[in-house]
Design a protein around this ligand. Structure first.
Ligand code: 5GP
Ligand code: ZN
Length: 114
C-alpha cells in the first residue's frame, strides 16, 4: 500500500526507531510515547483494521502478541506488567489504518482507559 504511513516505515522510506523485525512483523518506537516503553508492532501485510482480519491471519496476530511479550520481557516488564492495545476505528481513537499493537509499560496504567 503506497499511501500508508506504516507501510512506508516497513519499507524504510520513513525512518523509525526499529526495535525488532522478522518475516511477519516490524516493531518500532511510537513517535509520541505515552509511557516509558511505547512500541508499535505492525504486520508487514497491510490490514486496515481488526475488522479486516481473515482466518489466514490468525498465525500473524498470534506472532504480534508473542512479539509483544518478548519485547516486554526484554525491557524488564515481564513481571511488573504491560498493556497491549489495538484501537479500532474512530471512537477507539485509531488514527493509522494499518493494524498495530501498542505495547505500553513503565508506569502505572489506569483502568478503565480514557
Ligand atoms: P492509533 O491512534 O492509530 O491507535 O495509533 C497510532 C500511533 O502511531 C500513535 O500512537 C502515534 O503516536 C503513532 N505515530 C503516528 N505517526 C507516527 C510516525 O510517523 N512514526 C512513529 N514511530 N509513530 C507514529
Ligand atoms: Zn499499510
Amino acid at each position: 500500500m503506497t499511501d500508508c504511513l506504516f507501510c512506508k516505515i516497513i519499507a524504510g522510506s520513513i525512518p523509525a526507531g526499529l526495535v525488532y523485525q522478522d518475516d511477519a512483523v516490524v516493531a518500532f518506537k511510537d513517535i509520541n510515547p505515552q509511557a516509558p516503553l511505547h512500541v508499535l508492532i505492525v504486520p508487514r501485510k497491510h490490514i486496515p483494521t481488526l475488522n479486516d482480519l481473515d482466518p489466514e491471519d490468525d498465525r500473524l496476530v498470534g506472532s504480534m502478541f508473542r512479539t509483544a511479550a518478548a519485547l516486554a520481557k526484554e525491557h524488564g516488564y515481564e513481571t511488573r506488567g504491560y498493556r497491549t492495545v489495538f484501537n479500532t476505528n474512530r471512537e477507539a481513537g485509531q488514527t493509522v489504518f494499518h493494524i498495530h499493537l501498542h505495547v505500553l509499560a513503565g508506569r502505572g496504567l489506569t483502568w478503565p482507559p480514557g
